[in-house]
Design a protein around this ligand. Structure first.
Ligand code: ADP
Ligand code: GLC
Length: 498
């Protein structure tokens, strides 16, 4: 086995402590898997209000770590810790950075209850980045590689290359930046450079400057030793103007150091054979439990308990990325089919109201829960026949992979990770695990759902074979974690100049 590495992971979310999206799943599962592989893994996250010390068995690790914040001056945090869950007793620690004013808030992690981003998100996440480096100094942890995720922690590679370049603990560490979502870049006014405190010589077009602003993600892309994203398809798509969110040129500049690794699935949580949140367990050899789950799902959502009707499930943030505006346009036509649709999600205010009102118009056909609910997410994965993801873009996507495992056939737009993980049905060649469409428009969405429903009603054998193939697909974190270790080693060699 390869050399054991010291890995520092810095992120804004991590399961089970704090989750708004798939980023949390990835940080939680990947760090645990790395511990299992024998590496010394330290994960740094903010201590949000909901991260209760008792519930997570947190102990005070350091009562005061000074954190220099450029023109703001010196601030400080305390740090709480607990072990990373690992049955084989490997080494791993989660550090939660406590700063009441910055992180202990009533709303979400990034925005208030009305959905408006916090005005001081720049300071909050620069603070997290600086605190994680200062913590390494304080506890004497020398990372071989520092792995950061999305814009919130993208300042770490920048700081390592600049202010901390000659610092013995992190100065020679390699850095890996994983992009989970290019849309959010952490772009703030130019004055943020003075909070970063690294000198204005780094404010230029091949550094942190974008359109006269400070763009933290862009800085991270230029400064990280290696960059990756969460599927191969998305890694190539983000280098095009269509999916590049104006950073495609920057990513093309780094094309030689840009990789794609598809996320894994936590099969300890998402497995219909052992799932405790669903009405009955089942596997590919005996699907009778799935029929029970379907009736339970219909009952839970107040829909008529019909075994014969195809149920289409959605679990999603209700934002443009997920194609919900197209879905909103298409939904009335879709509901002309003999189907039931069950939606779980929350997001933009218009979408919450729009979808929240549909059950009044279609009480026997459309049901939803506007909000976040993990048990319902499991019930939908198990009880639906199809799972719909009409995404505008999708770096990886986790739900389609859960769906495959639950024998719930995905209907997806062929973008990013959806394209990499779902194979289109081809009846003649007897292959395929789902239904795919290329263009994001109402017609394509209706046609593809129509194709799925036609198959359900008229080609039972095709459906059965597809379910069998889907349930056999595996996206293991053990494989993905090994690919990450390869990237860490590549980054370490590159940093050493080999
Ligand atoms: P993204 O991170 O872009 O939202 P992913 O598919 O990677 O998309 O991950 C979404 C994760 O969040 C999945 O684990 C999914 O089950 C979960 N999720 C999303 N919305 C909800 C919700 N309303 N209730 C419960 N779980 C949700
Ligand atoms: C982001 C992406 C999603 C991906 C997740 C985890 O939230 O939108 O596609 O699965 O990160 O990598």
């Amino acid at each position: 086995m390869s050399k054991k590495l010291n890995i520092l992971m810095v992120a804004s979310e991590m399961v089970p402590f704090a989750k708004e999206g798939g980023l949390a799943d990835v940080v939680g599962s990947l760090s645990r898997e790395l511990v299992r592989l024998g590496h010394d893994v330290r994960v740094v996250i903010p201590r949000y209000l909901t991260i209760n010390a008792q519930r997570f068995n947190l102990k005070l690790a350091v009562s005061h770590v000074p954190v220099p914040m450029g023109v703001i001056g010196e601030m400080g945090c305390s740090v709480w810790q607990c072990p990373i869950d690992d049955t084989e007793g490997g080494r791993g620690v989660v550090y939660a950075i406590e700063h009441h004013q910055l992180f202990s808030r009533d709303g979400g992690f990034y925005s208030n209850i009305n959905g408006d981003g916090y005005m001081d998100n720049d300071n909050r996440f620069i603070f997290l980045c600086r605190a994680s480096i200062e913590l390494c100094k304080h506890v004497g942890f020398r990372p071989d590689c520092i792995h950061v995720h999305d814009w919130h922690t993208a300042a770490v590679p920048v700081l390592v290359n600049t202010d901390y370049r000659d610092e013995p603990t992190v100065g020679s560490s390699a850095t890996l930046l994983t992009i989970h979502n290019l849309q959010h870049q952490g772009e703030f006014d130019e004055g943020v450079m003075d909070v970063l405190g690294i000198g204005w010589e780094h404010f230029h077009i091949r550094g942190l400057e974008k359109d006269g602003n400070t763009n933290l993600l862009k800085g991270g892309i230029y400064h990280a030793t290696i960059v990756n994203t969460v599927s191969e398809c998305y890694a190539s798509q983000i280098q095009t103007p269509e999916y590049g969110f104006e950073l495609d040129g920057v990513l093309r500049d780094r094309t030689d150091d840009l990789y794609g690794i598809v996320n894994g699935v936590d099969y300890e949580e998402w497995d219909p054979q052992t799932d405790k949140m669903i009405a009955a367990n089942y596997n590919a050899d005996d699907l009778s439990g799935k029929t029970i789950c379907k009736a339970d799902l219909q009952g839970s959502f107040g829909l008529p308990k019909r075994a014969d009707v195809p149920v289409i499930g959605l679990v999603t943030r209700l934002v443009k990325q997920k194609g919900v505006d197209i879905l909103a346009e298409a939904i009335h036509s879709l509901l002309e089919y003999d189907i039931q649709v069950v939606l779980l999600g929350t997001g933009e205010v218009w979408a919450n109201f729009y979808f929240g009102d549909l059950p009044n118009q279609y009480p026997d056909k459309f049901a939803c829960y506007i909000g976040y609910n993990n048990t319902l997410a499991h019930k939908i994965e198990a009880g639906a026949d199809f799972f719909l993801m009409p995404s505008l873009f999708e770096p990886c996507g986790l739900n389609q992979m859960y769906s495959l495992r639950y024998g719930t056939i995905p209907i997806v737009r062929a973008v990013g990770g959806l394209d990499d993980t779902v194979e289109n049905l081809n009846v003649k060649e007897d292959v395929g695990t789902g239904f795919k469409f290329d263009d994001l428009n109402v017609g394509a969405l209706i046609d593809t759902v129509g194709w799925a429903i036609y198959t359900y009603y008229n080609q039972k054998r095709v459906m059965e074979a597809m379910i069998q193939r889907a349930m056999k697909r595996r996206f293991s974190w053990a494989d993905a974690a090994m690919k990450y270790v390869e990237l860490y080693n590549k980054a370490i060699n590159k940093r050493k100049g080999n």
